[in-house]
Write a protein that binds this ligand. Structure first.
Ligand code: GDP
Ligand code: MG
Length: 174
């Protein structure tokens, strides 16, 4: 299949989570294949598209990057509604960012009636010394009926796996 061909499926995905957990770096690693070291806060929303081949299907994910700052939350809410998938990201080296996962899910649930939406819990910065262990992340993910994936945007560890798993789940859902 030619990579220029039209996608068979297009899904809209958003990445949410506290500021500084690595949302923008993850997206840049996936779409541009490098680790962006210098921190620059994302203002509002930005998106990048990435293609994934699953079996005989070409899946295009339109991935929306959000700013984690409180002041942008209201703005982002509109985008929860018509997204097919949501990555809820925390930083494995930050207990606070993990504790805030419940708040992010509450925010999403307030806006989204589409229970068909696929959600994945993402623990980034697996290259650093973890204060949040995978076992508790798995417990939290199970509580909300999500999968859990640990990644490192810096080391490009399981970044592709994350988006492939998401695309697979979205296809499965139809
Ligand atoms: P965002 O606010 O969630 O978009 O976070 P950014 O993607 O801007 O990243 C915030 C900071 O964390 C930056 O200084 C990045 O260099 C750093 N960072 C992002 N991902 C990783 C990672 O996987 N490992 C490490 N060690 N640092 C990371
Ligand atoms: Mg950002």
């Amino acid at each position: 299949m030619a990579s220029q061909s039209e996608p068979d499926y297009v899904f809209k995905v958003i990445i949410v989570g506290d500021s500084f957990v690595g949302k923008t770096c993850t997206l840049i690693q996936r779409s541009e294949r490098y680790f962006k070291k210098d921190y620059s806060a994302t203002i509002g929303l930005d998106f990048r598209a990435t293609d994934i081949i699953i079996g005989n299907s070409k899946v295009k994910l339109q991935i929306w990057d959000t700013a984690g700052q409180e002041r942008f939350r209201a703005f982002v809410k509109v985008y929860y509604r018509d997204s097919d998938g949501i990555c809820i990201m925390f930083d494995k080296s930050s207990r606070e960012s993990f504790d805030h996962v419940d708040g992010w899910i509450k925010d999403i649930d307030k806006e989204v009636e589409n229970k068909n939406q696929i959600r994945i819990l993402v623990g980034n910065k697996a290259d650093l010394k973890s204060v949040v262990i995978n076992e508790e992340a798995n417990i939290k993910a199970e509580k909300y009926n999500m999968d859990y994936v640990e990644i490192s945007a810096k080391e490009n560890y399981q970044v592709d796996f994350l988006f492939e798993a998401l695309a697979f789940r979205l296809l499965e859902r139809g």
